[in-house]
Design a protein around this ligand. Structure first.
Ligand SMILES: Cc1cc2nc3c(=O)[nH]c(=O)nc-3n(C[C@H](O)[C@H](O)[C@H](O)COP(=O)(O)OP(=O)(O)OC[C@H]3O[C@@H](n4cnc5c(N)ncnc54)[C@H](O)[C@@H]3O)c2cc1C
Length: 576
């Protein structure tokens, strides 16, 4: 049960926090069922069960006694954030992921506990629906509580608006990792033209174990914090899903829930393009809309519950098929072997063709308009570029925080490209001005964007304004560079599927046996969240059929298939 008084996490004082869901008590019957997954152990008082940073920690159910959960505090005095009594259990979101523990646990008195090891926990989550849902919901609410705590997670130190700082912050936000921002002292600001020593170490990330990573890469952070779980090189997965946008997450949930051994490889963060949307209002079941980030983290959690493994922040760079097994190679040369592959790698933003453009990316030019970016725009004038729904959503969302939104489109109206509900909101807003037939022609600024000029191509009228934030939402190109020469693509680079191209007669089969494509990356797909989710769900029945039909073709002994792959790789590696 939650501890009382001063030891409560500050989030508990938040009226939206649900302690009843964060700290549920199992019924006698549930504890009885859980006995099959663990073993009883008795621990003396003051035994540390797990420490902060420890990975793959087991789950403990209190049978008798008391377990305290605490966060090590900055001033050295640990802060107790919960205490578990009879029929309560330990663990937060890291029970379902490979992330290191954010908290520590120790027995208060001699305690009899049911210890459930991680591999058994995964079996439990699949087999015991009611208990699994209770644990899943508790882990989310406990993570929310820790996010509200001053000493939970990591500290990101740097300067607001700095491009690297923004990238790291986005990474933490999109992976729901607890973090605090600490503005670096002014003396660490960049010198006029030379970077000072202090500056060259920023942004930095202070970890809970006292170490500080200076200017870490996203991959380094993902590995360090256990946000990524690298593929097991000794394993042949049933299905590898490339991309964790809506289509990939749906494929992963369906595959794992139907018993397939599933891994998802995601280059950036779960959510894909949808993860950059401030509010999706046309997805079934969310009458007041849902942010792409929330939708993605719920879906990822659902996938984790069914035992999906996630390798985040590592792109697939090549794909080949050897003796019926697909060998995909991750950046850094790490291989992942799989019987079937679902390509859900979606698309990435198009850029404007303006001089100095790259210089201002993440320094005034953004491709997402979420709560995170909106902080930078408060009470400033901003520009949104694009005539599609994503640009419309951004303009409407930003008009609620920015001083004014200048919405620039190349076409003569929005009618052909945007949903009517968004057009009406834009037309009715006194905070949005629409500029049709217009294009940005000049970007100016020193270390970040300061001034923008755009021109009406019809009238020749030019407007220059001191604007520091531009949101570019002008469509996307397929993420298929890694597939050139492997599968058949259309002229624009989207993957051709089905019909005369597919290796089998389903809408999602590519030209390569055992490889399917879903969502935005697939030629002629409908570029929407709902259709991406639908395709990702449906494709798994094709995967099942393929695996069943080709069961005899896969080496009965997985090791021999792995050996064949290793031999083929060795033969392809140039000798020095
Ligand atoms: C700002 C914005 C707002 C939108 N709003 C709406 C809306 O309101 N309603 C709606 O229906 N649709 C909306 N859309 C469109 C919708 O988001 C997309 O149709 C949907 O996200 C497509 O899903 P997907 O899974 O196919 O691909 P994506 O969402 O593009 O996801 C693909 C994922 O694959 C990863 N990836 C790419 N290459 C590799 C690689 N080589 N290795 C590993 N990973 C890789 C990417 O990092 C990405 O996470 C919006 C799009 C944007 C950009």
């Amino acid at each position: 049960m939650a501890d009382n008084g001063e030891s409560k996490p500050s989030a508990w004082n938040n009226p939206e926090f649900r302690p009843d869901l964060a700290f549920p008590q199992l019924t006698e019957d549930m504890v009885e069922r859980l006995m099959a997954y663990g073993r009883e152990e008795t621990f003396p008082a003051n035994t540390t069960l797990f420490k902060q940073g420890e990975r793959q920690v087991d789950m403990y159910v209190v049978l008798d006694g008391e377990v305290e959960i605490f966060l090590p505090a900055v001033n050295g005095e640990p802060k107790v954030i919960a205490s578990h009594h009879r029929r309560e259990f330990s663990g937060e979101l890291n029970l379902l992921t490979s992330q290191g523990s954010l908290v520590e646990a120790r027995t208060v008195s001699e305690s009899r506990l049911l210890r459930i090891p991680r591999h058994e926990l995964q079996r439990l989550m699949r087999a015991e629906g009611e208990i699994a849902n209770l644990i899943t919901s508790a882990t989310i609410w406990r993570r929310i509580g820790i996010i509200g705590e001053a000493t939970g997670g990591v500290v990101l130190i740097g300067h607001a608006g700095d491009a690297e700082m923004t990238e790291l912050q986005r990474f933490f936000v999109r992976n729901s990792y607890p973090h605090r921002i600490m503005e670096a002292p002014a003396e660490a600001a960049p010198a006029e033209d030379v970077l000072s020593d202090a500056e060259s170490t920023l942004p930095a990330v202070a970890l809970s174990d006292g170490r500080t990573l200076q200017r870490p890469t996203i991959t380094q952070l993902a590995d360090e914090l256990g946000i990524t779980e690298l593929p097991d090189p000794e394993m042949i997965y049933d299905v590898t899903v490339v991309g964790a946008g809506p289509s990939g997450l749906a494929a992963a949930v369906y595959a794992a829930s139907e018993g397939l051994c599933t891994i998802v490889i995601e280059g950036t963060a779960p959510g894909g393009q949808a993860g950059t949307s401030s509010k999706i209002e046309n997805y079934l079941g969310f009458p007041t809309g849902i942010s792409g980030q929330r939708l993605a983290s719920r879906a990822q959690l659902q996938a984790l519950k069914f035992g999906v493994r996630f390798a985040i922040s590592r792109e697939i760079i090549t794909a080949e098929q050897i003796d019926g097994i697909h060998k995909l190679t991750l950046a850094g040369g790490i291989p992942v072997c799989s019987r079937a592959v679902v390509v859900a790698s979606g698309a990435q933003y198009r850029k404007l063709s303006v001089e100095n453009y790259a210089q201002f990316e993440n320094r005034g030019i953004y491709y997402a308009a979420t709560a995170m970016e909106s902080v930078l725009c408060r009470d400033h004038e901003v520009i949104v570029v694009g005539g599609g729904n994503s640009a419309g959503q951004a303009a409407v969302f930003l008009s609620g925080v920015a001083k004014h939104v200048h919405h620039i489109v190349r076409g003569k109206s929005l009618a052909a490209t945007m949903s009517q509900y968004l057009i009406s909101r834009i037309e009715n807003s006194s905070h949005i001005t629409l500029y049709t037939d217009s294009e940005i022609v000049k970007l100016e600024g020193e270390s970040s964007l300061e001034c923008v000029t755009w021109i009406n191509r019809k009238t020749g009228e030019s407007i220059m304004k001191p604007i520091r934030n531009v949101f570019v939402m002008i469509g996307a190109e397929p993420n298929t560079g890694w597939l050139y020469g492997t599968v058949r693509l259309d002229k624009k680079g989207f993957i051709l599927t089905g019909g005369s191209v597919g290796f089998e007669n389903t809408p999602y089969a590519t030209s390569v046996p055992g490889m399917y494509a879903v969502g935005d990356v697939r030629a002629s797909s409908v570029k929407r969240v709902a259709s991406a989710v639908g395709e990702g769900s449906v494709v798994i029945s094709d995967v099942h059929r393929y695996l069943a039909d080709h069961r005899n073709n896969f080496a009965a002994e997985p090791n021999s298939a792995l050996a064949a792959l290793r031999l083929a790789s060795a033969a392809a590696t140039p000798q020095s």
